[in-house]
Design a protein around this ligand. Structure first.
Ligand code: BEZ
Length: 238
């Protein structure tokens, strides 16, 4: 039998974040326009009242202030309706304790997506895993509404929220200082100077000493970037 369903391509890194209007636990939102000028983490959950998701919500909500300090808005999505969302968030606050975190109030918006319209737009439904439950997708969207990183986890694997925070800080650092971040980078570690794009620059890299920059070879130069510089990227623009 032929299907008339339109196939929407999954958004990719560098794409404009697909737009949508949705009902959430914090009222209606116009996405991403409502958060223009901020970073956004849009993340999906398979369903309400599920244990891994509950542990994730408690953890993310407990880190809300850390993300606000990074000018980052959290927006969740779960394939359930609004009243189910409200009941789930109330239960989390009233009854659930996870790793010593309890009485946690979720104040970021949770999108109702029982119709799966948004989940389909963002490629959050991956049929090999489930046709009715969104996988654990995470989209990192910059202040101009461009998707900058995407991470997908399967249903059984809870996300590492310290890693999500590290991704936001690394992207902001890369933008502010025109650098890249190496394997396992943590704020305060040395960063990578972009690879030389010409023979002249390659020669300069090896022959001219720059304070704080160490070149092991023309293509592999690291640079010190203090924790204070990482924490105050706006100072790089002065
Ligand atoms: C959970 O969040 O616990 C979960 C949801 C869907 C499938 C498996 C686990």
């Amino acid at each position: 039998m032929e299907t008339t369903e339109t196939i929407i391509p999954m958004p990719r890194i560098g794409d404009k974040a697909p737009e949508f209007k949705a009902v959430t636990t914090q009222g209606e939102i116009d996405f991403p326009a409502d958060y223009s000028g901020k970073w956004i983490i849009l993340f999906s959950h398979p369903a309400d009242f599920t244990p891994v998701c509950t542990s994730e919500f408690i953890t993310f909500a407990s880190m809300q202030n850390e993300f606000t300090a990074l000018h980052t808005q959290l927006v969740g999505l779960s394939i359930d309706g609004l009243y189910s969302h409200i009941a789930w968030l109330r239960t989390i606050k009233e009854k659930i304790e996870f790793k010593g975190l309890k009485n946690i109030e979720v104040t970021f918006p949770l999108i109702e997506d029982i119709s799966m319209v948004v989940a389909k737009k963002y490629g959050m439904l991956q049929p090999g895993e489930s046709t009715t439950k969104a996988v654990r997708a995470v989209f990192f969207i910059d202040p101009k509404g461009i998707i900058r990183a995407i991470i997908y986890y399967p249903l059984s694997l809870g996300r590492n929220f310290d890693e999500l925070k590290r991704v936001i800080i690394a992207l902001q650092t890369a933008d502010a200082y025109s650098v890249a971040t190496p394997a396992n980078w943590q704020p305060g570690d040395d960063v990578i100077v972009p690879t030389a794009g010409s023979c002249g620059v390659a020669k300069d890299r090896m022959e001219t000493k720059v304070e704080g920059v160490k070149c092991y070879d023309w293509f592999f130069c690291t640079k010190q970037l203090t924790l204070d510089q990482v924490n105050h990227p706006e100072a790089s623009k002065k």
